[in-house]
Design a protein around this ligand. Structure first.
Ligand SMILES: [Zn+2]
Length: 88
């Protein structure tokens, strides 16, 4: 999804996240890193989420909720599998 920079209105921002840390932490780390990602404009630098229009902010927040829920669901499944294994 392309979003124009709220400061210069000329360039599109890029989402930046710490991918090397995410790779080490696996799928859950990837989800969390995606949720914590920041946005950068090539001309203005780092842009805070609060500077974007409300519509964009709410769509980002919605995605974050899904990421957290996804990570939680994976954890629940993993714990469930471990408990099943240990009961046999
Ligand atoms: Zn800009």
């Amino acid at each position: 999804m392309e979003q124009y920079c709220p400061r210069c209105q000329e360039k599109t921002v890029t989402k930046s996240s710490n991918t090397s840390a995410a790779r080490h932490a696996g799928l859950i780390g990837m989800l969390i890193a995606g949720a914590a990602a920041s946005y950068t404009c090539p001309a203005c630098g780092k842009i805070l989420l609060g500077e974007f229009p409300d519509e964009f902010q709410s769509s980002v927040k919605r995605k974050r909720v899904f990421s957290v829920l996804g990570a939680a669901a994976i954890l629940v499944v993993l714990v469930g599998l471990l408990m099943l294994r240990s009961s046999f």
